[in-house]
Design a protein around this ligand. Structure first.
Ligand SMILES: [Zn+2]
Length: 359
């Protein structure tokens, strides 16, 4: 149900509403927006304060930690009296004081895979404010899968970085920092120490990106990584491109328009014995001359034989040149198959890449 602005909103948010790009229409978007903040620490707390103050209508907070004395140096939402309380409880109390009209959902639990998907699905956009690398990859994977935008920030010593990810469009976090290399390239910020203002600035930058997204005020292009050094105050931006080898994107994009996989990618999946069905949609005569294994259902019969396939299992479809397989992708997508891709260039293009079985 769409919530409308009331007189209190016009008074409270007057300075925002008077910006011509925002106005009452923008404030209404904020009031009806749902943001999930993962991690209520150094990055999450300034972000939560700004989003609450700006009037984001519903805010979810996930964190399983309790407030410790050493947090207060940078997590300035918490008071000395909050030590020992769950962060989500203390954060909610203090934020509710700041703005009583906001709805908060709090999750005082570990960010684990079995329920993360259902929580993320409830929100419009996710703020990744966690300092755990494994969580970060999990957030990325789920957000790509659910086509949910998320904003990442990371900090170490005097250096921070942040980036907006568009769900299935553009590069993902794993494109930028492939998980297998991450331990070497991403520092552990817990061990490194940090000046309190740094997460304050980066968390505020994340909040800015989220407000820009909700208000449709984004001016930066897709895939831009912003880095900030707070000693020389240099803000830089880098263009991140999609990694064609990225496993998360390949899986995450499999139900959008970009379903092509290359012969090399297919070959790797075959070698890794990944769990998918290989489906040949050529004629029985073509299949008899040579095939890649898997199942044969000629394209003209596909619509009638869908009950032979499991819609939960990823399907990779091939034909001779890639034309019929693309038509087959559309058929399976129309029938809610979870993951469908086709072999780019068909069998003709993988003579020297994949092993062709010639009966
Ligand atoms: Zn990727």
């Amino acid at each position: 149900m769409m919530r409308q602005l009331d007189s209190n909103d016009y008074a409270r948010y007057a300075k925002q509403i008077s910006l011509s790009e925002i106005g009452a229409a923008g404030q209404l978007k904020l009031k009806n927006a749902k943001v999930l903040c993962i991690g209520a620490g150094g990055l999450g707390t300034p972000l939560l304060q700004y989003l609450t103050a700006a009037g984001v209508g519903r805010i979810g907070i996930i964190d399983h930690d309790v407030v410790e004395l050493s947090n207060l140096q940078r997590q300035i939402i918490y008071r000395h009296n909050d030590i020992g309380k769950f962060k989500v409880t203390a954060a909610k109390n203090n934020l509710q004081d700041l703005n009583p009209s906001i709805c908060f959902d709090i999750y005082a639990e570990k960010f684990a895979s079995h329920h993360v998907r259902s929580i993320i699905a409830e929100y419009d956009i996710v703020a990744d404010c966690t300092d755990h690398l494994a969580n970060r990859y999990l957030v990325n994977e789920v957000c790509v899968e659910l086509d949910k935008p998320f904003v990442f920030a990371g900090i170490t010593r005097y250096h921070g970085q942040c980036m907006f990810f568009h769900g299935k469009s553009g590069p993902c976090f794993n494109c930028m920092f492939p998980e297998n290399l991450a331990v070497a390239i991403l520092p552990d910020c817990n061990a490194a120490g940090v000046l309190g203002v740094l997460p304050g600035i980066l968390g505020t930058m994340q909040a800015n990106m989220i407000l820009q997204y909700i208000l449709q005020l984004q001016r930066h292009g897709t895939g831009q990584l912003f880095t900030l050094d707070i000693l020389d105050f240099a803000l830089q931006r880098y263009q991140v491109t999609q990694d064609p080898e990225c496993q998360i994107c390949i899986y995450g994009r499999r139900t959008c328009n970009d379903e092509a996989i290359t012969p090399e990618q297919l070959n790797r999946k075959l070698h890794l014995h990944e769990n998918f069905l290989l489906l040949d949609v050529r004629s029985p005569a073509e299949h008899a001359v040579g095939h890649l294994g898997g199942k044969l259902i000629p394209l003209p019969e596909l619509s009638q034989r869908l009950d032979e396939l499991n819609p939960e299992l990823p399907v990779i479809i091939y034909c001779h040149s890639g034309q019929r397989s693309q038509a087959a992708v559309k058929i399976l997508q129309q029938h809610q198959f979870k993951s469908v891709a086709y072999l780019q260039g068909g069998l003709a293009s993988c003579q020297h890449v994949c092993a062709i079985i010639r009966p």
